[in-house]
Design a protein around this ligand. Structure first.
Ligand code: CP3
Length: 343
């Protein structure tokens, strides 16, 4: 059975524009909160394939999205390479012992990292077995740069001072770290596809921290290497990239991927002008529009006006927030599916 989401990623005509939401498996769903409570905490949930499978399927069953994204987190990769990781309530993720020198980096293991992530592969296999044949399954990883930022800063940051200091004072070290993470991600994404992921997505959430030349040297080059590897080994599996906040750098974006995720701060007209002839676009409704049905209608109409007759995957321009009413999320999905019918 053909999957409309995959068809859209490959530029084929579809009966309507498929739609999903970043962070669709999460705290806005009471059913998610219930399973997370049963698991004990967030990381235990990630490591329990049965429960991770259950929460991955919730947005498909409850909200009606056209694709499931496996439930996990980008930070399980540095965790399984050997870094202790804690999710501190109210503070988000923390690595208590960040990477500071070559000795720390030498302790991290590429093969062991990819192997220890078996619970993710098991989650994918379970989801694949339960997901309807016409729905797609999205696997994912963080971009090497975004992961390296957490590994060096130890947590979220406003200034990126530690990691950017390294870029300008010890670029060789940064490249050694980025290479090691990229190698692990190649094995990780390949294993996800082998386990049943139809599509893989690379989240570069901290792309906007870098000036243009640094972005291409320290982030995009590694994303290109990763997508090139996946594309040459798994040519049938579409690849989505999501470099957040780099609307000023779109002219220089190239590489062997299929779908470019447009964040909400990038005008979709601009993304269409710069990248629309080369890539399928995904996005990009402002996520906080989900607080109002009127704002949803306006946001959807605005995007349809630009993307009509274009190849497109509908999504938010970043993750759904935890206090969005479920009813509005359902309304967004239904509105897109209905308004894009036979466009
Ligand atoms: O539904 C999905 O999209 C799949 C699951 C998913 C999660 N994290 C679950 C999660 C995905 C794709 C991610 C990616 C992720 N994680 C990114 C990149 C995407 C983005 O948003 O830019 C980043 C930067 C992270 C790191 C991370 N994980 C942070 C900063 C936080 C805390 C922020 C917060 O919202 O509290 C997490 C925790 C996290 N990852 C949660 C979920 C559902 C919340 C944990 C909880 O249940 O309390």
């Amino acid at each position: 059975m053909s999957k409309i989401f995959i068809d859209a990623c490959k530029g084929k005509k579809t009966p309507y524009t498929p739609v999903w939401m970043m962070r669709q498996a999460g705290r806005y769903l009471p059913e998610y909160m219930e399973v997370r409570a049963q698991a004990g905490d967030f990381l235990s949930l990630c490591k329990d394939p049965e429960k991770a499978c259950a929460v991955s399927l919730q947005p498909v069953d409850i909200v009606g999205v056209d694709a499931a994204i496996m439930f996990s987190d980008i930070l399980v990769v540095p965790l399984e390479m050997g870094m202790e990781l804690k999710f501190v309530k109210g503070e988000g993720p923390v690595f208590p012992h960040p990477v500071t020198c070559m000795e720390d980096l030498d302790k991290l293991d590429i093969e062991k990292g990819a192997k220890n992530l078996q619970y993710v592969y098991d989650t994918i296999k379970l989801i694949r077995g339960k997901l309807a044949a016409d729905k797609a399954l999205i696997g994912f990883c963080g971009a090497p740069w975004t992961l390296a930022t957490y590994m060096i800063e130890g947590q979220g940051t406003k200034t990126y001072a530690k990691v950017k200091k390294l870029i300008y004072t010890n670029p060789e070290f940064m490249h050694a770290l980025l290479k090691k993470v990229t190698q692990t991600l190649k094995l990780y994404l390949a294993n996800q596809i082998k386990s049943g992921a139809d599509v893989v997505m690379i989240f570069d959430s901290w792309a906007a921290a870098l000036e243009e030349s640094a972005y291409f040297e320290f982030s995009w080059n590694y994303i290109k290497e990763l997508v090139g590897f996946i594309k040459s080994n798994y040519p049938d599996n579409p690849i989505i990239v999501f470099p957040k906040g780099i609307s000023g750098y779109l002219d220089k974006i190239d590489g062997d991927f299929d779908v470019f995720g447009v964040d909400w701060s990038t005008p979709i007209e601009l993304a269409k002008e710069k990248l629309g002839s080369k890539y399928i676009l995904q996005g990009n409704m402002e996520p906080t529009r989900l607080y109002s049905k009127k704002a949803i209608d306006e946001g959807v109409d605005k995007i349809i006006k630009v993307m009509k007759n274009e190849r497109h995957v509908f999504n938010l321009g970043h993750g759904i927030l935890p206090d969005v009413p479920v009813e509005n999320a359902k309304y967004f999905i239904k509105t897109v599916q209905e308004k894009t019918k036979n466009l």
